[in-house]
Design a protein around this ligand. Structure first.
Ligand code: FAD
Length: 445
């Protein structure tokens, strides 16, 4: 008998889950509060944001056979270009191997490709339908038009402020921890130059680090880049203080001078939109089971929203879909067992990702400028080049492999202890050399 699945949310996780479930033989319907992203004008209306696709996301897209078709929609990024306040640019490669690159893609384009693929596999979509209630016992969800939809499996892929998650926890024991960052973000477009060419290096992620603000820019296939400006919400140099054109101009002039050349209408763009917030969500449990082997499960941001500073939110969401599919394959006739296995396999690792994403905020904000950090990173990469299988930097493990996040952290901590020793030894030798030189200088002068 064909099993029925309902997916709430046709975002990145929802549309990919729908594809996996359809391939596994489920009859799938997706309920999405927004309109069809393929409708004329939807691209312009939607969020312009582009995302860095890395290995975990790549593996999932390859599994469903979509990777090749996406290639023309992506721009490869081989490393970071760090913009320093004095105008200096510093290139930091992501890795040592040819395939250790990230791919920048517009959220909208990726979403449309996934929805198209789901459609091709016979998935039904109900656009403009917001889920307002969930009945755990059936399970069933009710949409804002008053219709109740039942299914064997309900997947909550409705993002960081998930309605499914809220209803999952009603009247029972459920952990929910939400943490908002004191910084928010706005997007700015670095358009192409008057000659139609990119205004800066296209094949890289651009970073303007700083303790008062941070900018990250991803390239687009049309030669433009989308920059995300992260600033504190409060304070004179936060979003609250940067109100008039003059204040905005002088702030960027002082902190990120080259952005005013790259974005001639920066001030207008900056003042045109309110800032958005960033949230980390941890919750447990991720699933409930109902009678007759039915159940509800959360995936993607609904289960584990993270700050975007490791560029892993979408990649982790895609990996969720792939892991869930494997769990369903391992328990073809036992949905509760599959959902339980999914949660126990996956949650410890996404908890680690939440911590790593917070930590990378500090790294991008403060450390990428630091010569010690750069030196350490160089040693880290040099050791990786020498021992490619045994020494793998944390960034590489997270972005360019599918080693589970928790294992990646354990391995990196072990390496860090060694690296600390190596760096201390190198610094010690350098200091000893300096001291020797200054003693000799004293003797000769
Ligand atoms: P969403 O994309 O939020 O989709 C949820 C969907 O559910 C939406 O379509 C929504 O309309 C729908 N929905 C919500 N409520 C309901 C309801 N009640 N009924 C019906 N439908 C509903 N990740 C990366 O991997 N790489 C990056 O470079 C990266 N950069 C980022 C930069 C920024 C500034 C931000 C904020 C995030 C970034 N992320 C990145 C994270 C990434 O955007 C998210 O992790 C990803 O979008 C999660 O996908 P999702 O499908 O779980 O949630």
């Amino acid at each position: 008998m064909t099993r029925e699945a309902l997916v709430v949310g046709a975002g990145l996780a929802g549309s990919l889950t729908a594809v996996y479930l359809a391939r596994r033989g489920f009859h799938v319907r997706v309920l999405e509060r927004r309109g069809d992203p393929r409708a004329p004008g939807a691209r312009e209306e939607g969020r312009s944001i582009n995302l860095g696709l890395s290995q975990r996301g790549i593996v999932a897209l390859r599994e469903i056979g979509l990777l090749e078709r996406l290639a023309p929609l992506t721009v490869p990024m081989r490393g970071r270009v760090v913009h320093l306040p004095d105008g200096t640019l510093r290139f930091q490669p992501y890795g040592v191997a040819e395939d250790q690159i990230l791919h920048s893609v517009l959220r909208h384009d990726l979403n449309v490709a996934l929805v198209d693929e789901a459609d091709r596999l016979g998935v039904g979509f109900s656009w403009g339908r917001r889920v307002t209630a969930v009945d755990r016992a059936e399970p069933a969800v009710t949409t804002d038009d008053g219709t109740a939809h039942t299914a064997d499996l309900v997947v909550g892929a409705d993002g960081a402020f998930s309605a499914v998650r809220t209803h999952l926890g009603r009247g029972r024991r459920m952990d929910l921890h939400q943490e908002f960052l004191e910084w928010g973000y706005k997007e700015l477009l670095i358009g192409v130059g008057d000659d139609g060419r990119p205004r800066t290096e296209l094949r890289a992620l651009h970073v303007w680090p700083g303790d008062e603000g941070l900018i990250v820019a991803h390239p687009n296939v049309d030669g433009s880049l989308t920059a995300t400006v992260f600033l504190p919400f409060d304070g004179p140099h936060g979003f609250a203080g940067l109100t008039g054109a003059e204040r905005v101009r002088s702030f960027f002039d002082r902190r990120f001078p080259d952005t005013l050349t790259l974005i001639p209408d920066l001030v207008e763009q900056f003042l045109a939109h309110p800032p958005a917030s960033l949230v980390t969500v941890r919750t447990a449990p991720w699933h409930v089971t109902a009678d007759e082997g039915r159940g509800i499960v959360l995936v993607g941001d609904a289960a584990h929203a993270v700050y975007p500073f490791f560029g892993q939110g979408m990649n982790a969401a895609f990996e969720d879909c792939s892991v869930l599919d494997r769990c369903l394959a391992a328990h073809p006739d036992d949905l509760p067992a599959a959902l339980a296995r999914f949660e126990t396999t996956r949650r410890p690792h996404t908890d680690v990702l939440a911590d790593l994403s917070k930590r990378n905020f500090v790294e991008l904000r403060d450390k990428v400028r630091s010569p010690l950090f750069t030196a350490r990173r160089k040693v880290d990469l040099a050791l990786h080049r020498l021992f490619p299988n045994t020494w793998v930097p944390l960034y590489t493990l997270i972005s360019h492999t599918t080693v589970p996040y928790g294992e990646a952290l354990t391995r990196a901590r072990r390496q860090d202890r060694v690296l600390g020793g190596v760096t201390a030894a190198v610094a010690g030798a350098a200091l000893a050399g300096l001291a020797r030189r200054s003693r000799n200088k004293g003797r000769w002068s």
